[in-house]
Design a protein around this ligand. Structure first.
Ligand code: TXA
Ligand code: MG
Length: 319
């Protein structure tokens, strides 16, 4: 493939992107969490091209993005708990794993990695909404990074990872939430389970459900939650208070480390977890570009969005 085009997400560019999807090719587009690498979810060849472009193992299923709750009901079987969550948080940074609707669903088996379930999301970003409305069918989209790498929160990040592997990138600026969607499973005869912490905090979901959410099990889990993921080139050291020579510093809250870092960025000087989440992946990429021996990261409270931030940092630190 020739080099990838980036287009500002104008109405003309969005309708061109919908045509690219209709022809079975791939489009990267912004959502409020991270950029997605989209293809026609009904088309096995387009879905195969997504796995190929990302270098992702095909046992790891993709999220199908749809324009509305009504479209989500066609793809999946929603029990009362799933309906409640969809009504409360869509459009937004929530993904629901529910039984696939065998009679009305159109998401290809390959996008579901052969599972009897389907992961569905109605994104809130206006460009994602307009693209889904123009295309008129589910769009399978993992985060638009090479498998195992840091997720992209800008069009430039996508280009850096996937140049020549995607036909078109719709540029909608920096994403606002910055970490991926929260993945929740609502399956028969199972408690509601949190498969991946993300852009909506556990406690906000529990408040809507009126019950505590359970953790994943061997049987009910997200196949993509490998221990090592979201990895920059530099090694990552957590809960640091000092830096060694040639280490970079990723701070949180007021104050800095003991020692002289090679480079330093602060996720949120005021200690705001939403601000920290939105800066996380861009700052990891920026510090990594300075080629430090390692990245020392300040400790981050494990409450609210901190659960998702710490999850991604632990995976970045695992080697
Ligand atoms: O914010 C997001 O969720 C972004 C944007 C583009 O929507 N997407 C994203 O996709 O992060 P991806 O593919 O990087 O992560 C999807 C996660 C993976 O861990 C995958 O294993 C899990 O969702 N998943 C997908 N389908 C599933 C299913 N049927 N059952 C269990 N887990 C599933
Ligand atoms: Mg991903």
């Amino acid at each position: 493939m020739t080099s990838t085009r980036i287009l500002a997400a104008s109405p003309v560019a969005i309708s061109e992107a919908a045509e690219v999807l209709s022809s079975g090719r791939l489009v990267a587009f912004p959502t409020e969490t991270v950029y997605g690498l989209g293809g026609d979810a009904r088309d096995g060849r387009a879905v195969a091209a997504i796995y190929e472009a990302k270098g992702r193992p095909s046992f790891n299923p993709l999220i199908a993005h749809v324009a509305s709750l009504a479209e989500a009901w066609e793809q999946g079987v929603f029990d009362a708990r799933a309906e409640k969550l969809g009504a409360a948080f869509w459009p937004g940074p929530l993904t629901l794993v529910v039984p696939f609707a065998e009679r009305t669903g159109t998401v290809h088996e390959l996008a579901r990695a052969g599972l009897p379930t389907v992961a569905l999301r109605v994104p809130a970003h206006p460009v994602a909404q307009q693209l889904l409305a123009a295309f008129g069918a589910p769009v399978a989209a993992p985060s638009a990074n090479r498998s195992g790498r840091v997720s992209p929160t800008s069009a430039d990040h996508v280009k850096a990872d996937l140049d020549g592997r995607v036909t078109l990138i719709l540029d909608g600026g920096r994403t606002s939430v910055g970490v991926e969607s929260t993945v929740i499973a609502c399956l028969p005869d199972e408690p509601v389970r949190l498969l991946r912490p993300g852009g909506i905090a556990r406690r906000d979901i529990e408040a809507v459900l009126g019950e505590i959410i359970a953790n994943p099990t061997d049987r009910v889990q997200a196949p993509g939650m490998l221990a090592q993921h979201y990895a920059p080139d530099a090694s990552v050291r957590l809960n640091a208070t000092d830096v060694e020579a040639c280490e970079a510093w990723l701070g949180f809250g007021p104050g800095g480390p003991k020692g002289e870092p090679l480079a330093a960025l602060n996720l949120s000087p005021s200690g705001d977890l939403a601000e920290a989440a939105s800066n996380l992946f861009a700052y990891l990429r920026a510090l990594d570009a300075r080629k430090p021996d390692g990245i020392a990261v300040a400790s981050i409270p494990d409450e609210g969005l901190g659960e998702a931030i710490n999850d991604r940092l632990r995976r970045a630190a695992a080697r």
